[in-house]
Design a binder for this molecule. Structure first.
Ligand SMILES: Cc1cc2nc3c(=O)[nH]c(=O)nc-3n(C[C@H](O)[C@H](O)[C@H](O)COP(=O)(O)OP(=O)(O)OC[C@H]3O[C@@H](n4cnc5c(N)ncnc54)[C@H](O)[C@@H]3O)c2cc1C
Length: 471
């Protein structure tokens, strides 16, 4: 596919659409839009221009222009992605939704919140809570990620064990199609059997099938009480073995079951600059439970605590107030930053396997780490099989890092695939995993993805080099 460059005439046209202050050409300012949270230089690329539309009409005009002129467009939320999905690898336009940042409606009768895509996840959560409701999406990046980005990546997070991922709360989306048309898919109806489920085709499509300009989010009743348990274990195997026991023996579905291995515990301790309990333990598990009554909550965390102790948990720390809970969660929430301090260049993976396969896959990852003499701390969402194996570059020159990383990733993906797992549980494919996607996806499914992409985006202008490389 041949793409054209942005000319000064096109910049003038963009200024006419969104206004001078919403077009960025200054190379220094463009830097901010060259990457997301993937730290490696190969996943950074300067856009030729950044545009920040204020509404759906402006967005549609930009996309029509891009089709006419054959300019690639990369939609961008907050840039907290971990798959280089918002990186303009082919240059062209970065279309940032940061100016579309209003909460439009709280519908108390139907329990919906309608928002623009540039509202942060944290603001959605806080507003829902303040209104007496609950928004269940909760990526660790909630303070900064945008809800539009959460939709585009089908973000998961800490509460997915009980509440599922973002897709479960999306009932309607206003989008601009890759050819610049405006439409609203779904809305406030809680069920639909009316043709293809286009809402959920968009969710997780990583900005390749449309630009999300409005989101209809389902709200839930607010859970009244919660508690957070921190349980250290001698080793990772023992820790992970307890997860299916909690899920099946207690009759309780925890909100979260998270794990951190020994390398992660030490990194978090260094980053927070305070000792963590049992910091020499092989693994920590964090479990959160919620209930509508205090007595039910106490009964639930007693049951879970007992299961952990009966299965070799070294101790059980209970956080039953906001301060103690925050203290427990802080170590887990800041792991990405903590690992970055340990090794400024790293490669965070996002494999997902059936829960009962976690111990075997973690053992394989340890074996691979030893084979290639590389540190691979692992943490993640034990309750839903999502492992963030993170390769650290520490003390390697660039050439060695690239060579080792390629081999290690290939081996990790191979064991993931063989375990019935997938490349990404929540971060997406982006640009970073396109080659692996081609290798580890059934060719029939690749053909379906290619056909959908070509049908909706015949000029391949919308995030063309992401998920599948057709450009
Ligand atoms: C510290 C940290 C912790 C994290 N924890 C989690 C976690 O627990 N769970 C999780 O799932 N992720 C997590 N992430 C990854 C990231 O925050 C999520 O992928 C998030 O959903 C990205 O949102 P964003 O607004 O930053 O999107 P961006 O990074 O800007 O974009 C991500 C993708 O979405 C597309 N996109 C963005 N906005 C739109 C739109 N309006 N329309 C169409 N396409 C769009 C982009 O083109 C790109 O492909 C974490 C990241 C960090 C740095």
């Amino acid at each position: 596919m041949h793409y054209n460059k942005i000319t000064s005439e096109l910049v003038t046209e963009l200024i006419n659409i969104v206004g001078r202050s919403n077009v960025i050409e200054d190379p220094e300012k463009l830097e901010t839009y060259a990457g997301d949270e993937v730290p490696e230089a190969e996943w950074k690329h300067l856009p030729e221009v950044v545009v920040k539309p204020r509404d759906v009409q402006q967005t549609a005009e930009i996309i029509k222009m891009a089709n006419r002129e054959m300019i690639p467009v990369t939609p961008r939320g907050a840039g907290t992605g971990l798959a280089a999905g918002a990186v303009p690898m082919l240059g062209g336009i970065v279309l940032s939704v940061e100016n579309m940042n209003r909460i439009l409606e709280i519908d108390r009768e139907n329990l919906f919140m309608v928002v623009e895509p540039g509202v942060t996840t944290g603001e959605v959560q806080q507003r829902a809570w303040a209104e007496g409701y609950f928004y269940a999406g909760d990526p660790c990046s909630a303070d900064s990620s945008f809800i539009g980005g959460n939709v585009a990546t089908n973000a998961g997070g800490n509460k997915a064990v009980k509440y599922g991922t973002t897709s479960r709360y999306i009932y309607g989306l206003e989008i601009v199609t890759p050819t610049g048309e405006i439409t609203t898919l779904g809305g406030k109806c809680v069920k639909s059997s009316t043709g293809y489920d286009l809402v959920h085709l968009m969710v997780g499509s990583e900005g390749t099938l449309g630009i999300v300009t409005k989101v209809y989010l389902k709200l839930l009743p607010r859970p009244l009480h919660n508690a957070v348990l921190l349980v250290p274990f001698e080793d990772m195997q023992t820790a992970i073995d307890v997860v299916p026991k909690i899920m099946t023996n207690g009759g309780i579905i925890p909100t979260s079951i998270e794990f951190m291995d020994q390398l992660c515990i030490k990194s978090a301790e260094g980053f927070l600059d305070r000792p963590l309990p049992f910091s020499d333990a092989g693994a920590h598990i964090i479990i959160e439970v919620e209930a509508y009554t205090k007595s039910q909550l106490e009964a639930d965390y007693e049951t879970i605590g007992t299961i952990c102790l009966e299965n070799d948990g070294l101790d059980v720390f209970v956080g039953d107030n906001r301060a103690s809970q925050e203290k427990i969660w802080k170590a887990r929430r800041h792991l990405a930053e903590a690992l970055r301090v340990t090794s400024p260049v790293y490669c965070m993976e996002d494999i997902v396997v059936p829960v009962n396969k976690i111990p075997a896959v973690l053992a394989e990852i340890n074996r691979i780490a030893e084979k290639y003499s590389i540190k691979i701390p692992c943490f993640g969402h034990a309750g839903d099989g999502n492992i963030h194996a993170t390769l650290l570059k520490e003390n390697m020159d660039d050439a060695t890092w690239h060579a080792v990383k390629e081999k290690v990733l290939d081996e990790i993906y191979t064991i993931t695939h063989a375990s019935g797992g997938n490349l990404s549980g929540e971060h997406g494919i982006g640009a970073k995993r396109v080659k692996a996607m081609a290798k580890f996806t059934d060719p029939v499914q690749l053909k379906m993805i290619a056909a959908i992409k070509k049908a909706l985006d015949p000029n391949l202008i919308l995030n063309p080099d992401k998920v599948i490389d057709l450009a």
